[in-house]
Design a protein around this ligand. Structure first.
Ligand SMILES: [Cu+2]
Length: 174
């Protein structure tokens, strides 16, 4: 499979970042930490997040992609307009300027998987193909994190809060 070969090639160059998420290189682009969130039962859409670094001399554009896990894959932007969070498709593609790193993350740019064919469960992997204007197609695998995760490998929101009362008891007794 193409994605498997890409991973092997990257590993041979020693470019794989530590941790569970793989990095994939295509042309001058390095794509790292691709992840998504587990979805609740009936959800029909899911977000996809990753980091794209352009090590080249010319700009490239993420114009779209596809996945077997959903009907279509779009590139979206989340923005706050008059205090209301809205998202819309990025017209003409997301530009990755040379020498720059663009992060797709919750609350900002993201991949939108529309028309999910099955719910995503934590620990699963979702293969997607990204399409770049110059670099062409590249296969990456999204690691499914927990519902509400803010970052790859990070605990879901709320875990911190639950722990805090326990700390207040440590040695605090008179
Ligand atoms: Cu979206």
């Amino acid at each position: 499979m193409k994605s498997w070969l890409a991973v092997v090639a990257v590993a041979a160059l020693g470019l794989v970042t530590p941790g569970h998420a793989e990095s994939v290189s295509v042309g001058d682009l390095v794509i790292s930490q691709p992840w998504t969130r587990a979805t609740a039962g009936g959800a029909k859409v899911g977000g996809g997040y990753l980091t794209i670094e352009n090590k080249g001399q010319v700009a490239d554009k993420l114009v779209g992609g596809s996945t077997d896990a959903a009907g279509k894959l779009e590139v979206h932007q989340m923005s706050t307009i008059n205090g209301v969070m809205k998202m819309h498709q990025v017209e003409g593609g997301l530009t990755i300027e040379p020498g720059k790193t663009v992060k797709l993350e919750p609350g900002g740019y993201h991949l939108m998987l529309v028309g999910l064919k099955h719910p995503f469960k934590k620990g699963e992997k979702v293969p997607v193909t990204l399409e770049f204007e110059k670099a062409g197609n590249v296969a990456v695998t999204l690691d499914v994190e927990g519902i509400g995760a803010r970052a790859p490998g990070a605990p879901a929101g709320g875990a911190m809060m639950k722990k805090m009362p326990d700390h207040s008891h440590d040695g605090g007794q008179k």
